[in-house]
Design a protein around this ligand. Structure first.
Ligand code: GAL
Length: 667
C-alpha cells in the first residue's frame, strides 16, 4: 500500500513538474491575423495599453475582427486561459464574438460582446487537442470599431511548446464546367442602341473555332461579320427587332433569339467588362489598356459577353494643386494656374482651343479605341465634373460639352463621371447641387452622335438611385470604394436591398467593381485576399443584384480559378437577364441571408449565403417565402446541374463558410 501511494505521489509530482506555461504574446505575433492593422503583443491593435471596460492589462494580444490565431499543440497541452473583450480605445460601438475551437469543436463562445462590457473569462481544457483556434468574428455586421483583446492569454502545457501556425488558406476549387466543343450562344439576349448612332455589338459563343455566325432578321442598316460575330452599321428609325442568332462549327449548331431595340435607352443589361482602377490605379498607361483588351480576347472571356475595356483615373494631365485655393474658378482659364512640371504627366492640360490633352502615357486615344474596337470590344473613359479628379488630374469643370465631344470623337463608348474634385466648386451638398454636375454632362453627352454609357460615380450620395434615371444615368455607384477583403465585400454587397426597385433595363445600381484575381491599385499587385468561397459569393451576389460587372484585376495574369469564376454562362445569365430586375433579400440574420431574383423566363434565381465565420451551415429556402406552391425544379447554377424536384422548400446542405449555393427554381 505504502509503495502504491509513493508511486502515485511521484506520478502526480512528475506531471506537475512537467507543466509549463507560455503567454500568447510570447509566440509569433506575425502569424496572427488581424482584419485591420496588425496584431500586437501587450498592446491593443491601436497601440495602447490593453483596456477592457476600464480594466487595464499588462499582457495579452490586441487584434481586430476578423481575426484568426492558430496554435499547434501536441495533444499534451493542459488549458487555455484569458480575459476577452473589446478595447476601450474606440469611440464608436463595435460588436464581436470571441470563439475558441479545439480541433474544430467549440470550447468557448463569448456571445455578442460590445464596448464597455466587462471582460469575459476564458478557462478551457486542452486535453488531447492538436489545433487550438482563437477566432474573433465581426458578428456578421461588418468589422468597424471591432478592436478585440485576448488579455492575459496563456497556454499551460506539459509536452512540446505550442507554436503559432499561419491560418490555412483554403484551396481554390473550380465548379464551372469547361465549355464544350459545340457552339453555345452566350452574352446578353437584348441590346439597345440609339437611332442614327454607330452600332457595335459582338455576338458571342463558346465552342470550337472556326465558327460561323448568322443573324436572321437584322434591321436595315446593320451588317454582320460572319467570322467574328460583329454587328456594325446604323439604324435610322426607332423600332424593336427580334432576330435569330445562329452559330455553327464542325461539331454542331446553336440558335437563340436576340432582340435589338433602337430607341432612347441604351445599356439594357448591366455592362460587363474591365476597368483599370482596381489593379493599375495611377500606374495605368496605353500599353496596359491594350494588354487588358488583348487578354479579354485571348483568355476567351470575350466569348462569354465581356465587352468593355475602361480606362479609369490618371490618363489626363496631372495638375499642381499647391495653389488651388488661390484660383478663380469662374474663369475658363482656371487650369492655367495649376500646370504641373512633371515630365510625363505634367504640361498644359488642354490645347489652345481648350481640348483635353492626354498625358504622355496615352499618346494616341483614337489609335487606342480603334485597337479595342478592332478586337470586337468597346472602350470606356473616366473624368469628373470638378476641376480635377480624385488623383489630382484635370477634369471637366467649365469644359463639359467640349470634353464630351472629345470622348465621342476619340471613339469612347462609356464614361464614368466621378464627383471627387467637384467639392472644390460646389456649394452646400443640397440635392440640387448633387444633381447639377450630372445634368450638365447628361446634356453634353446627349449632343454627341454616339452611344456612350453614362456611369455616375458619387458614392451613392443623396440616394442617387432615386434620380439617376433622370440624369440619363445607366448606372450609379451606391457606395464608396470596394477593397479585396471580406469585410468590404460583406458591408457593400449585403446592404444593397433598399434600392432594388430602381434597377431596370438601362438603369443599374452599382456596388462597385469586382475584386477577384490579381488586384492591388498598382503597380504592385497581390492575389485577392478573398477566399475562394468569398469569391463565389461575390460573383453570385453581383449577378443577383444586376450589378455592372467590371473585372478589376490584371487580365494578363488570370489563373484558372479566376477565369472559371468569370466564365460561368448560367451565372452570368442571371446578371444579364433581359427583365432587368434586381434580387431582393428574403431572409436575413447574422449568420445567413437568402436573396432572390425574378427572371424573364418565370424562374427565380436564389442565392443562399452562409455568413458564419467558421461553420458550414445548411440553409433552407421555403416556397412560401418565394410566393410559389407545388413542385419546382432546382438547378445548381455554378455546377450547371439539375438537383431535383422539390415540393415545399429546398435545403442546401453544408454551404461553406462565407460561401453560397446559387440555384435556379423553375416549373
Ligand atoms: C474614386 C472612385 C474609384 C476610382 C477612383 C479614381 O472616387 O470611387 O472607383 O475611380 O476615384 O481616383
Amino acid at each position: 500500500m505504502r509503495k502504491i501511494l509513493l508511486l502515485l505521489f511521484s506520478f502526480v509530482m512528475t506531471v506537475h513538474a512537467a507543466e509549463k506555461s507560455v503567454w500568447l504574446d510570447e509566440l509569433n505575433i506575425k502569424a496572427m491575423s488581424s482584419g485591420w492593422g496588425a496584431t500586437k503583443a501587450n498592446l491593443s491593435v491601436g497601440g495602447n495599453t490593453i483596456n477592457i471596460a476600464g480594466e487595464k492589462y499588462e499582457r495579452g494580444i490586441g487584434t481586430h475582427a476578423v481575426s484568426e490565431i492558430n496554435v499547434k499543440l501536441d495533444g499534451k497541452a493542459v488549458k487555455f486561459t484569458a480575459n476577452v473583450g473589446l478595447d476601450n480605445e474606440v469611440s464608436s460601438v463595435g460588436s464581436v464574438v470571441f470563439i475558441v475551437l479545439g480541433d474544430d469543436n467549440e470550447l468557448f463562445n463569448s456571445g455578442l460582446m460590445s464596448n464597455n462590457v466587462k471582460a469575459a473569462p476564458v478557462d478551457v481544457s486542452l486535453t488531447g487537442i492538436k489545433l487550438l483556434r482563437l477566432l474573433v468574428s465581426d458578428n456578421g455586421d461588418g468589422m468597424n470599431y471591432d478592436h478585440a483583446d485576448w488579455a492575459m492569454a496563456k497556454i499551460t502545457y506539459s509536452g512540446a511548446k505550442p507554436t503559432i501556425v499561419e491560418p490555412v488558406r483554403p484551396e481554390p476549387y473550380i465548379l464551372t464546367p469547361k465549355p464544350g466543343p459545340k457552339p453555345r450562344i452566350t452574352g446578353p439576349k437584348i441590346f439597345g442602341a440609339r437611332p442614327g448612332n454607330p452600332f457595335l455589338f459582338t455576338v458571342t459563343a463558346t465552342g470550337d473555332r472556326p465558327m460561323e455566325f448568322k443573324v436572321d432578321g437584322l434591321p436595315v442598316g446593320l451588317k454582320l461579320d460572319s467570322e467574328t460575330g460583329r454587328i456594325t452599321g446604323t439604324v435610322v428609325d426607332k423600332g424593336e427587332f427580334i432576330t435569330t442568332v445562329i452559330a455553327s462549327n464542325s461539331k454542331g449548331k446553336a440558335k437563340r433569339k436576340f432582340k435589338i431595340v433602337i430607341g432612347d435607352t441604351i445599356c439594357l443589361t448591366p455592362p460587363m467588362g474591365w476597368n483599370s482602377w482596381n489593379c493599375w490605379a495611377r500606374a495605368v498607361d496605353d500599353q496596359k489598356i491594350r494588354d487588358a483588351a488583348k487578354s479579354i480576347k485571348d483568355s476567351g472571356l470575350i466569348n462569354h459577353g465581356w465587352s468593355y475595356i475602361n480606362i479609369d483615373d490618371c490618363w489626363m494631365r496631372k495638375l499642381n494643386l499647391e495653389k488651388r485655393d488661390e484660383v478663380d474658378y469662374s474663369s475658363k482659364d482656371w487650369y492655367k494656374s495649376l500646370v504641373s512640371d512633371d515630365a510625363v504627366l505634367g504640361g498644359s492640360a488642354r490645347d489652345e482651343e481648350g481640348n483635353l490633352v492626354p498625358n504622355n502615357d496615352f499618346p494616341d486615344m483614337v489609335a487606342l479605341t480603334e485597337y479595342i474596337h478592332n478586337l470586337g470590344l468597346k472602350a470606356g473613359i473616366y473624368i469628373g465634373p470638378g476641376p480635377w479628379t480624385c488623383q489630382g488630374y484635370v477634369a471637366s469643370w467649365k469644359y463639359e460639352d467640349q470634353d464630351a465631344a472629345s470622348f465621342a470623337e476619340w471613339g469612347f463608348d462609356y464614361l464614368k463621371y466621378d464627383w471627387c474634385g467637384y467639392s472644390q466648386v460646389s456649394g452646400n451638398q443640397t440635392l440640387e447641387e448633387l444633381k447639377k454636375p450630372y445634368e450638365v454632362m447628361r446634356d453634353a453627352l446627349g449632343k454627341q452622335p454616339r452611344d456612350i454609357v453614362y456611369s455616375l460615380c458619387q458614392y451613392g450620395w443623396g440616394d442617387v438611385y432615386e434620380w439617376g434615371e433622370e440624369m440619363n444615368g445607366n448606372c450609379w455607384r451606391t457606395t464608396g470604394d470596394i477593397v479585396d477583403t471580406w469585410s468590404s465585400l460583406y458591408s457593400i454587397g449585403f446592404s444593397q436591398d433598399k434600392q432594388w426597385k430602381y434597377a431596370k433595363p438601362g438603369c443599374w445600381n452599382d456596388p462597385d467593381m469586382l475584386i477577384v484575381g490579381q488586384v492591388g491599385w498598382g503597380p504592385n499587385l497581390h492575389p485577392t485576399r478573398l477566399t475562394p468561397d468569398e469569391q463565389y459569393t461575390h460573383i453570385s451576389l453581383w449577378s443577383l443584384l444586376s450589378a455592372p460587372l467590371l473585372i478589376g484585376c490584371d487580365l494578363t495574369k488570370l489563373d484558372d480559378f479566376t477565369l472559371s469564376l468569370l466564365t460561368n454562362d448560367e451565372v452570368l445569365d442571371v446578371n444579364q437577364d433581359p427583365l432587368g430586375k434586381q434580387a431582393r433579400r428574403l431572409y436575413n440574420d447574422s449568420d445567413m441571408q437568402i436573396w432572390a431574383k425574378e427572371m424573364e423566363d418565370g424562374s427565380v434565381a436564389v442565392g443562399l449565403f452562409n455568413l458564419h465565420g467558421f461553420k458550414s451551415q445548411s440553409i433552407t429556402v421555403n416556397w412560401s417565402d418565394l410566393g410559389i406552391k407545388g413542385k419546382y425544379k432546382v438547378r445548381d447554377l455554378w455546377r450547371q446541374k439539375d438537383i431535383g424536384s422539390f415540393k415545399k422548400s429546398f435545403t442546401a446542405d453544408d454551404v461553406p463558410v462565407h460561401g453560397v449555393k446559387l440555384i435556379s427554381i423553375s416549373k
